[in-house]
Design a protein around this ligand. Structure first.
Ligand SMILES: CC(C)(COP(=O)(O)OP(=O)(O)OC[C@H]1O[C@@H](n2cnc3c(N)ncnc32)[C@H](O)[C@@H]1OP(=O)(O)O)[C@@H](O)C(=O)NCCC(=O)NCCS
Length: 151
């Protein structure tokens, strides 16, 4: 598996991965392209944002997106992370999280928040396993995202 920054050519593949779990492809093409080209924003998002993809045999098997924010007194927010089902439990999400953590640190962002449905046990478990602490039913926070790099 190789990891690199996403380009606009990757939007369709990412939208399909996202739509396999929630919503439809057109919705996610719009959301992801707006996010990447800076024309649509998550709440309280600043302009600095990044998307990384995981690629196996030229196929995108997962991605992660994050941005700087002023939301909840956090420095950054993990916006999306998705790995296709066949490739889950192989450490791909962890590798993507490490890339995003490095980017946050390079951008002087230490306190990182993430939203996860209480019923999404895989996501809740993944974030907690990697050092995030729940602040309420829907949000978890890393007080210091560099913990992800020490694992
Ligand atoms: C949450 C999610 C991103 C986790 O992705 P993942 O790639 O399975 O995560 P990882 O492989 O890095 O870690 C998951 C588990 O696999 C284990 N694992 C890692 N490498 C492994 C390997 N080579 N062999 C077996 N297990 C492995 C990890 O230890 C971890 O298990 P643990 O928590 O019991 O320690 C994924 O379930 C997903 O995409 N879900 C749907 C979308 C979603 O809910 N996104 C979050 C909300 S936006």
């Amino acid at each position: 598996v190789q990891y690199r920054r996403a380009t606009t050519d990757d939007i369709n593949a990412m939208a399909q991965i996202r739509a396999a779990v929630w919503g439809d492809v057109d919705y996610w093409v719009n959301r992801i392209s707006g996010y990447m080209n800076g024309t649509s924003h998550a709440q309280k998002s600043l302009m600095q944002r990044i998307v990384f993809v995981a690629v196996e045999n030229e196929i995108i098997v997962g991605f992660i997106a994050g941005h700087l924010t002023t939301r909840f007194e956090c420095d950054g927010e993990l916006e999306w992370i998705n790995i296709i089902s066949l490739h889950q439990k192989k450490g791909i999400a962890f590798a993507l999280l490490q890339l995003l953590a490095k980017w946050f640190i390079e951008n002087n962002s230490i306190i990182i928040c993430v939203n996860a449905e209480p019923s999404n046990t895989a996501a809740q478990h993944f974030y907690k396993q990697n050092g995030a602490k729940p602040v309420n039913e829907y949000w978890l926070v890393w007080d210091d995202i560099s913990i992800v790099l020490s694992k």
